[in-house]
Design a binder for this molecule. Sequence first.
Ligand code: GLN
Length: 193
Amino acid sequence: MRIGVLALQGAFIEHEHMLRRLGAEAVEVRLPAHLAGLHGLILPGGESTTVGKLAVTYGLLEPLQQLAREGLPMWGTCAGMILLAHESVDGMPGQPLIGGMDITVRRNAFGRQVDSFEAAIDVPVLGPPPFRAIFIRAPLIEAVGDGVSVLACLPDEGGVAAARQGHLLATAFHPELTDDPRFHAYFLTMCQQ
Ligand code: GLN
């Protein structure tokens, strides 16, 4: 299976390593031509404003919006989740988004970089044990539309941290920074459908 990883900025290499470990082909996407023939695409964490601006500069924003509409499986982690959201609050005004997912996200929901943390969260679609979720200046999902399934919440009603809408997957945290391949394996099953 051929999976693209948007490689404009941020934590893309770690996603590639995880995909290869699971036997998938990982392709770095920097230009529209790199989108050809993909079975899925990962939008990594980083700085969503920077990634959005670079996507505009390299002519990627519209092709990405179109692929999201057409049904290409996409998974946004952290900043990538912001890019997939139809609405971001506390974002930069006019921040370019890919959209496609009927979720509202709050950028930097936990404060500044020093407020990064780890939490063990239950993710029923992955089964036990709980997933060690790494949140780095993370966003949170504040509202989900009717077609969106909530996959995981923070403990103590701390908010929605992972969701899926058909072919689109969003996690507020960074599975690629752990040693646990279950989220990547889950995304690969979405790319097979
Ligand atoms: N705070 C970043 C943003 O708003 C996201 C951080 C991350 O991807 N780890 O884009």
